[in-house]
Design a protein around this ligand. Structure first.
Ligand code: NAP
Length: 338
């Protein structure tokens, strides 16, 4: 039986004001929404450009407790449904500007709408990192990709390379073996940082070969039509170069926090992660909380993000209860201890 209070279930238009605004729709955002809704705060969640976040572009997830194996997109559909069922108001829109200098906070959305909020939970996650080579840029979308689940299908019976040595790179390489005739993993060191269980699967797969101690120097291809023919790689110590033929190049070298919205307003550290008070989700502006990959440069797992989303909702609930939003001035921004 639905748990949704009738007046919330009926509410489908964006309100002018909310007590808690949640920005982002990965495990952190949806978990924050579940907790804030159950605290009767009627949270508003703005999904962003990729509803469901990074898990919507993965395949099997085997480390979400309670699910031996679940598809990433299915897990996110279930999280969204859960948040809605608890009474969260979820909108397909993107926050394009967030003003954290005035109270209530103000968010402007891509649709042109505007909403004010007493508290904000930031859960915008992270985006794929790129190598930064001009040739990589040139062939993006024409043979260079950062998403095997999105683009792998185009490489049926063809040869591809994957760059990186973490979980993402190994998962992408394994996924690509479903389509490609050969997958070469190019890694800059002589060991992978991916989980051992994934490494074992990779080494067992006859379609996969690993090129150790090499870095990608250039993506080679044709101009008419624009397309990739291979990659030039260099041995990191000996400097010797070679060309690996490939029709597709998948870059899987990690992720960078999506802190663009708040980079000039909140304290950041470690290359762009939103800094929070240790053991909490409190940022340098009181009333603004951060959870998940946007703030976590250590664990970066779906389950830890969800845990932080829970913490953010509890922190926001406590903070709102402690401050009378109608009158009492909120404390000034404070420096976060290292
Ligand atoms: P990651 O663990 O940070 O690994 C990035 C990889 O790219 C590393 O092997 C790194 O090499 C390499 N790299 C970084 N910069 C490079 C450059 N400029 N040139 C060449 N290689 C470069 O990133 P990730 O694999 O995206 O994973 C991110 C987080 O998500 C991790 O915590 C991971 O556990 C998690 N994740 C979990 C799962 C899962 O549990 N199923 C799946 C995907 C991701 P070095 O090793 O030499 O540093």
């Amino acid at each position: 039986m639905s748990q949704v209070p009738a007046e919330i279930a009926a509410d489908t238009s964006l309100p002018a004001h909310t007590r808690v605004l949640i920005v982002g729709s990965g495990p952190a955002g949806y978990t924050a929404a579940v907790y804030a809704a159950r605290a009767m705060l009627k949270p508003v969640l703005i999904q962003g450009m990729q509803p469901g976040g990074q898990l919507t572009i993965t395949t099997e997830v085997e480390n979400w407790p309670g699910e031996t194996e679940i598809q990433g997109p299915d897990l996110m559909v279930r999280m969204e449904a859960h948040a809605r069922a608890m009474g969260a108001r979820i909108f397909v829109d993107t926050v394009t500007r967030l003003d954290l200098q005035q109270r209530p906070f103000v968010a402007e959305l891509d649709s042109g709408a505007r909403i004010t909020a007493d508290a904000v939970i930031l859960a915008t996650g992270a985006q794929a990192r790129w190598l930064g080579l001009p040739s990589e840029e040139k062939f993006k979308g024409f043979g260079v990709s950062a998403c095997a689940t999105c683009d792998g299908f185009f490489y049926r019976g063809r040869e591809v390379v994957v760059v990186g040595g973490g979980n993402t790179a190994v998962e992408e390489a394994l996924f690509l073996t479903n389509f490609a005739s050969k997958v070469t993993l190019i890694h800059r060191r002589d060991s992978l940082r991916a989980e051992k269980i994934l490494q074992e699967r990779l080494f067992r797969n006859p379609k996969v070969s690993v090129l150790w101690d090499h870095e990608l120097v250039e993506v080679a291809g044709t101009d008419g039509p624009l397309g990739v023919t291979g990659v030039r790689v260099r041995h990191v110590r000996e400097g010797a170069e070679q060309v690996v033929p490939a029709d597709g190049v998948f870059i899987a070298i990690g992720h960078a926090p999506a802190s663009e919205l708040v980079k000039d307003q909140l304290e950041l550290h470690k290359g762009g992660y939103v800094k929070v008070e240790p053991g909490s989700t409190r940022t340098s502006i009181p009333g603004v909380f951060a959870a998940g990959d946007l703030t976590d440069h250590v664990y970066r797992q779906a389950v830890t993000s969800a845990g932080m989303g829970c913490m953010a909702a509890l922190d926001a609930e406590r903070w709102l209860a402690e401050h009378d939003m109608a009158g009492e001035p909120v404390p000034e921004a404070a420096e976060i201890p290292a």
